[in-house]
Design a binder for this molecule. Sequence first.
Ligand code: NAI
Length: 267
Amino acid sequence: MKHPVLKGKRGIIFGALDEQSIAWQVALAAKDAGAHFTLTNAPVALRMGKTHELAGLCHTIVIPADATSTEDLETLFRQSMVYLDGSIDFVLHAVGMSPNVRKKKSYTDLDYNFFQKTIDISALSLHKVLQTAWQLDALSESASVVALTYIAAQRSFPGYGDMADAKAALESIARNFGYYYGSRKKVRINTVSQSPTRTTAGNGIQGFDTFFSYADQVAPLGNASAASCADFCVLLFSDYTRMITMQNIYHDGGFSSAGMPSGLQDQ
Ligand code: NAI
């Protein structure tokens, strides 16, 4: 165990599909930090991915839930509270999918049924998670909710398609729900804006390699890995960040503040 900063804390981790998933790394880091948590993913992802393998490594259970279904989410919270024997101290929302991106539909030729799915899965799902928790009173005092996002919410990155709009909505939901949950129970809600990362979701973006290497060159620290993102999420789940809420925090090696690729001046 590195630092047991999550000792005694109970959590729910969404979105671990395989070893590359950011959520996979978060689960391992949270376990290392002393947390107990349940894992969840969409039923179809559970059939294709390796979430059950991760559950074995973390000595926990997997509770299937489509993050767009409030019924599934209610079951998830109820079963998690029974299994973990108490209310929930942290939640990781690492859920994202765009059928338009998957089908390589350009931003100027979107399928609007797909667009609604993108928004439902990648943004509204955070509201549904929070509203379900709110109505069940499932989160503890000062609990921490973290959702993963990308800088395409602020700047345009061709190829990211309608996921950019979904991320903008996701960040807005975190801010707005953060107000209500903070006032009610001191619950913190933040988004972490992560560097391009080689995962199933990441690799689905058109021109991902260009995104990845451009960001890696511009960021003075280079791209942040999934493992370093996981460490940061653990910090956000911990009591050390109990006064941080309603923020979008860049975890990107400095990319968002850098004006030119590092080393360009020397050239
Ligand atoms: P991933 O593909 O490993 O994880 C995405 C997860 O979303 C999968 O586990 C998938 O099963 C789950 N999911 C999709 N539809 C769902 C549904 N209806 N209900 C429940 N779960 C569902 O990829 P990654 O990259 O680890 O993605 C996690 C989060 O990180 C996403 O929000 C993604 O947008 C975000 N992110 C990823 C970056 C990257 O470059 N990979 C950069 C910045 C943010």
